[in-house]
Design a protein around this ligand. Structure first.
Ligand code: SF4
Ligand code: SF4
Length: 495
């Protein structure tokens, strides 16, 4: 066993209200500089939709992530030959059209316009050319299913859904959507780290945060094309790549990342996981159908004596082990089994997990009318408005049974809580819900507590900082002269 610690997050999608506060908080702190105008380290997409950059999930276009070749995996679209051939022109890079042309408005005109008959307007001004522009697209162009003909219907996750079923999804009375907040996944098998020819992208030893050393970055931009989530960006002004750094300066002073701190829906949970690094290769290259269950196996029980011994032998601090034992992410993932990775088929072993949305599945339409209740326990899941295949394509590499399993658990919690507060379910129905999902009333109460009423310190659990680590970080960064970029901390030597 090679036990290491990883900061991980869970996003509860039923709680996201799509307010974009998280994106704005992140933007204000990290990407309001020249060269970062188009970057959204945190963005929130409407699903179904094509997202940002447009169609980022379609690896036939962008060739990101890993693909299985025989028993092994290789970076998709990158081998020695193509790396050399593409070094001065990488055809797999998203273009400005795929992101959007950033703009501001001519606000000064509102104040300076001469007196006239018409109200002055603030015209959009391109942040690239400095001239007036027509806005054609933006990072949230398809927000709330806007322009769904061009966007939602072109969502790559519609694959394997029959045309008739797709058509039914877009009938007005059946249409539904949910939000998908996204940041860098700080993956265990990060494609950006593997793709960088300069060794500038690295995973921090003590907490698994993936960073880019600005001094080492040589503008190859391989991290941008290799990341299947398109969460590494190129700064045209500094000539360096940049990405989400999980607000590590905030974490190091005991504060939550800005996106989490400001989250209006309180959908975000952050905690430590312990994992066995010796298993990364085996799990990342397993059969697609096993990817989700195998990835769950890599996270090991922080209460297990053998795990604790191996973690300590690797230099994992006692406070980190204690934080792992209290981690809300551990509960969502392994105790209750209700959170899933986004696009596990990319094989990067992402460390952000999503509680899939139950609400858009509610309301059956088998009778042609909108119903919010069903006579059968799992009726709303079996006759869901959202095809299970769609959610499966997002969270389980196409395995519909795995998504149903999680949704049934979420439904069982609702059945239990209704039984507690209203009491109109037959006792045998409640017992059946527990028997079929493997939950217990205590677990259902715990899930209810952590999803509905948690205090901040239940959602955000990190180890106390260690003075000796802080000193080590300062020593490691002291020799970086004149660097004003991000992600410049050198790899600490602890693990
Ligand atoms: S999600 Fe983050 S860690 Fe994973 S490959 Fe992309 S940039 Fe790298
Ligand atoms: S702040 Fe929270 S609720 Fe609002 S969009 Fe972001 S993740 Fe969703």
């Amino acid at each position: 066993m090679n036990i290491r610690s990883q900061i991980a997050m869970v996003f509860h999608l039923d709680k996201c209200i799509g307010c974009h506060t998280c994106s704005i908080a992140c933007k204000n702190i990290w990407t309001d500089r020249k060269g970062t105008e188009y970057m959204w380290w945190n963005n929130v997409e409407t699903k179904p939709g094509t997202g940002y950059p447009s169609k980022w999930e379609d690896q036939d276009i962008y060739k990101g992530g890993w693909e299985k070749k025989g028993k092994n995996i290789k970076l998709r679209g990158m081998d020695k030959k193509s790396t050399y051939l593409n070094i001065f022109h990488n055809p797999n890079m998203p273009s400005m059209d795929d992101y959007y042309e950033p703009w501001t408005y001519d606000y000064g005109h509102l104040l300076d316009a001469p007196e006239g008959d018409d109200q002055p307007t603030a015209r959009p001004i391109s942040l690239v050319t400095g001239g007036p522009m027509d806005i054609k697209t933006g990072p949230n162009w398809d927000d709330d299913l806007g322009g769904s003909k061009d966007y939602a219907r072109k969502d790559i996750n519609m694959k394997d859904i029959s045309p008739a079923e797709q058509e039914a999804m877009f009938q007005l009375e059946r249409m539904t959507m949910h939000y998908l907040p996204r940041i860098c996944n700080h993956c265990l098998n990060a494609a950006c780290v593997a793709a960088c020819p300069s060794g500038a992208v690295y995973k921090r030893g003590e907490d698994g945060i993936v960073l880019i050393n600005q001094n080492k970055c040589r503008s190859w931009r391989m991290c941008v094309s290799a990341c299947p989530y398109k969460k590494s960006y190129y700064n045209w002004n500094s000539g360096k790549s940049e990405k989400c750094l999980l607000c590590y300066p905030r974490l190091e002073s005991g504060q939550a990342p800005a996106c989490m701190h400001t989250c209006v829906g309180r959908i975000r949970y952050l905690g430590v996981l312990l994992y066995d690094a010796d298993k990364i290769k085996e799990i990342a290259s397993c059969d697609e159908k096993d990817l989700v269950s195998k990835q769950m196996e890599i996270y090991v029980n922080p209460f297990d004596e053998e795990v604790i011994k191996a973690a300590k032998a690797n230099g994992v601090a006692d406070s980190t082990i204690t934080a792992a034992q209290q981690s809300p992410v551990w509960k969502f993932l392994k105790v209750w089994g209700i959170a899933l990775p986004l696009h596990p088929e990319f094989r990067t072993l992402p460390n952000l997990f999503y509680v899939p949305p139950l609400l858009p599945t509610m309301g059956t339409t088998s009778s042609g009318t909108y119903e919010s209740t069903s006579s059968s326990l799992w009726g709303t899941i079996e006759e869901s408005r959202v095809p299970m295949q769609y959610l499966a394509n997002l969270f389980t590499a196409g395995d519909t049974e795995k998504v149903k399993e999680v949704l049934k658990k979420l439904m069982a919690v609702r059945i239990h809580r209704r039984d507690v507060t209203v009491g109109d379910f037959k006792k045998e129905e409640v017992a059946k819900a527990f028997a079929e999902t493997g939950l217990t009333p205590e677990m259902a109460d715990d899930i209810f507590r952590l999803t509905s009423l948690p205090k901040f310190n239940e959602r955000f659990v990190i180890p106390a900082a260690h003075r000796e680590e802080a000193e080590e970080l300062i020593e490691n960064t002291a020799d970086i002269k004149g660097n004003k970029g991000f992600g410049s901390v050198q790899k600490p030597k602890r693990i």
